[in-house]
Ligand binder design. Structure first.
Ligand SMILES: Cc1ncc(COP(=O)(O)O)c(C=O)c1O
Length: 450
């Protein structure tokens, strides 16, 4: 990998382009979720594995996986080759036609999701995957409302952003029929719980009461991130997912697991609901939404994984949804190659092992030495450090502290992922032990310097 990195980097070493990239960006590019004037984005010219670099050759260990999507790492050669080969054959095709690569991609996704599912509807990313899962649930049940958690992010489009619970929902509330509830979060409990078990029971009670109060017969879907990601890698406590499954069954509600961030290797399994099996029992959703890790974002793609029971609703009735680029062949080729390479190279198993044997221990050791770390949670290559001003009150650290940590980490050659008061530790699934050691020592130094 190292020689590949050197080879790739030599292609992008062009110091003059550093300044031009900045100037063009600041002059012409409008960025997401930001006040534009003060932006000073990092220039990224290339990458390989878990490393990215700029045009001047400054390297950064990518412990963000960009937006938690480069599960297979940057520039995996098999995926690049597959995209190039597909480009030689057919670069675009309408969704109405049958396409071999699309069929192979759907089959590989279904193989990993398990025998309960039979079809895949492809989208361009995660938000439109959730839009379509919501649409399917509404049409399947003939009901209208969608329940989702306050601590969630489901995407930036019409229904997905209103299903989202975080602050980004508030200026975008134009879609109707959305109701929010609190999911379990043992470290910052809304339910005054003293243990994960109590948190699970109380959160389930709360969810059921919300359903009853809203009118169970009006609710089409419960949409949850299997592990809320952007909201803080909040691993659900024991019994919660199974409890939600039981509640959904009790009221005839479609259960949608949003695995856009958690799926395809990030938790050390193909899907988070599989990683979270208890005593060998998985809590199965009715619909799964995915994007990001399915092809590591090499070409934008997402989708909905559908069981026969829901797919058959549209055997004779028209499904009123679609996208010009649904099942785009370049994205499909990237999916096939990504999933094959992840399997052949044991990349998901690597995420699982390195999570348990390296990241968990390294972060626990940091927490022992730095009182700013209030909580460590996660699995696989999906972790968060909850940073607090005071461990007893759990008051989040102020934004200025996050700013200092971010600068310190970047200056030491690590690209971190911060969300609110949290450091998310989310490297690619291919990350090595040496890279984890290096990242932990950079985190350590940044905390020490505060
Ligand atoms: C859980 C979850 N769902 C949906 C989305 C939206 O995906 P996209 O940005 O591809 O539309 C995201 C993006 O971060 C996500 O984390």
């Amino acid at each position: 990998m190292e020689s590949e990195a050197t080879q790739y980097m030599s292609l992008t070493l062009a110091p003059a382009d550093q300044q031009i990239s900045r100037e063009l960006d600041r002059a012409h590019v409008f960025h997401s979720w930001s006040a534009q004037a003060a932006l000073n984005p990092l220039v990224i010219a290339g990458g390989c594995g878990s490393t990215v670099w700029d045009f001047e050759g400054n390297e950064y260990l990518d412990f963000s996986s960009q937006l938690v999507n480069t599960n297979i790492g940057h520039q995996h050669p098999a995926v690049i080759t597959a995209i190039k080969e597909q480009a030689d054959v057919l670069t675009t095709v309408a969704p109405a036609h049958a396409n071999l690569t699309r069929g192979h991609a759907a089959q590989r996704i279904l193989d990993r999701a398990g025998p309960s599912f039979s079809k895949v509807f492809f989208t361009n990313g995660g938000a439109d995957a959730n839009e379509n899962a919501i649409r399917m649930a509404r049409l399947f049940t003939g009901r209208d409302k969608v329940l989702s958690a306050y601590r969630s992010y489901h995407g930036a489009t019409g229904a997905a952003i209103v299903a989202t619970g975080d602050w980004r929902r508030v200026p975008n509330e134009y879609s109707r029929g959305h109701v929010h509830f609190f999911g379990p979060f043992t470290y910052r409990s809304e339910f005054w719980s003293a243990s994960p078990e109590e948190e699970s029971d109380r959160a389930l009670h709360h969810l059921e009461r919300v359903i009853q109060a809203e009118g169970a017969g009006s609710i089409a879907a419960i949409l949850i991130e299997t592990i809320p990601g952007t909201a803080g890698v909040i691993v659900p406590p024991p019994g919660y997912l199974a409890g939600v499954r039981a509640i959904a069954d009790r009221y005839g509600i479609v259960l949608i697991f949003d695995e856009v961030m958690a799926g395809f290797g990030r938790t050390g399994g193909w899907f988070a609901f599989q990683s979270l099996a208890e005593d060998g029992e998985v809590a199965l959703p009715d619909l799964i939404t995915f994007a990001k890790g399915v092809n590591s974002g090499y070409v934008p793609a997402g989708g909905v994984i559908i069981p026969s029971m829901i797919a058959e609703t549209f055997d004779d009735a028209v499904y009123p949804g679609g996208l010009t680029y649904s099942g785009h062949p370049l994205a499909m080729a990237a999916i096939v190659a990504t999933l094959d390479a992840m399997e052949a190279e044991g990349i998901v198993a690597n995420a699982d092992r390195i999570g348990r044997e390296k990241i968990a221990l390294g972060l626990a050791d940091l927490a022992d030495r730095h009182p700013i770390i209030g909580d460590v949670r996660g699995l696989g290559v999906f972790w968060a450090l909850d940073l607090v001003a005071d461990r007893s009150t759990r008051e989040p650290v102020p934004a200025a502290v996050i700013g200092k940590l971010k600068s310190a980490m970047l200056s030491q050659g690590l690209l971190p992922f911060f969300a609110d008061n949290r450091l998310h530790v989310v490297p690619p699934c291919v990350v090595t032990e040496a890279e984890v050691d290096k990242a932990i020592s950079i985190y350590d130094a940044a905390f020490a310097a505060l």
